[in-house]
Design a protein around this ligand. Structure first.
Ligand SMILES: Nc1ncnc2c1ncn2[C@@H]1O[C@H](COP(=O)(O)OP(=O)(O)O)[C@@H](O)[C@H]1O
Ligand SMILES: [Mg+2]
Length: 226
């Protein structure tokens, strides 16, 4: 089966205070449907930068990133945004849910951006919330949810448009150990069940057993970890 994510020779440099920082120095990664790759690495190694490049949020200095065979950085900025909205789901360490909206409304926002039918979208959002154990929380605002519940909502929001690529940046970094394990397990199950490709940046090596491959980002390159 073809790869969902195929990154080749990705380099990324930043210029800060007239100094050039070479953060990514030739990253290659292939992730197939149903596979979950983990990325570990020191703080400042470039993990978030790499995830942003995979998600089309940040342009690499050189190299290519293909998602479902589409070379995303050969698209115009508008086309790439649209492509990302359809094909990529993102989860961050802090949930980034909108505080004034309920769980259900937060999840429906990406469907509105994608101009989906509101009735169908609502049913789908309710079904997804139910599937992650939040049936009784759909009308709660984020402030009334626990950290684990907030992350579940963020994960459902990332999946509502049926992306083929799921990217999560330290999604359990803010949770206690037990909740982290529950949320991590849930993400791994969703990736398998939906046969999407997942890349998770994590510090939690206890959960590495749930990953199909673990890579360390070091000196701007990904090395497979034994
Ligand atoms: N927009 C930017 N401009 C300049 N430097 C940046 C920018 N974004 C990230 N960096 C630098 O790149 C390095 C990697 O950052 P990041 O990807 O956030 O690392 P990690 O997620 O592994 O902790 C850091 O040194 C950071 O300061
Ligand atoms: Mg980071």
């Amino acid at each position: 089966m073809g790869a969902v994510l195929s990154a080749v020779a990705v380099e990324k440099s930043f210029v800060a205070e007239s100094r050039r920082l070479d953060i990514l120095r030739g990253v290659d990664l292939v992730v197939k449907p149903g596979a979950l790759a983990g990325i570990v690495g020191a703080s400042g190694a470039g993990k978030s930068t790499l995830l942003h490049v995979f998600g089309g949020l940040d342009k690499p200095t050189s190299g290519t990133v293909a998602v479902n065979g589409e070379n995303i950085f050969s698209l115009s900025d508008d086309d790439r945004s649209r492509f990302r909205g359809k094909n990529t789901g993102f989860v961050f360490q802090f949930h980034h849910l909108l505080p004034e909206f309920t769980a259900l409304e937060n999840i429906m926002i990406p469907t509105m951006i994608a101009k989906a039918n509101p009735t169908t979208a609502r049913e789908k959002a309710e079904g997804l919330l139910e599937s992650v154990g939040l049936k009784d929380r759909i009308h709660h605002r984020p402030g009334k949810l626990s950290g684990g519940e907030q992350q579940r909502v963020a994960i459902v929001r990332a999946l509502i448009n049926d992306p083929t690529l799921f990217l999560a940046d330290e999604p359990t970094g803010n949770l206690d150990e037990r909740t982290a394990a529950e949320v991590f397990t849930m993400m791994a199950e969703l990736v398998k069940k939906r046969q999407i490709a997942g890349v998770i940046v994590t510090h939690n090596m206890k959960l590495a057993g749930l990953l199909d491959a673990v890579y360390e980002l070091h000196d701007g390159r990904l090395n497979a970890k034994a």
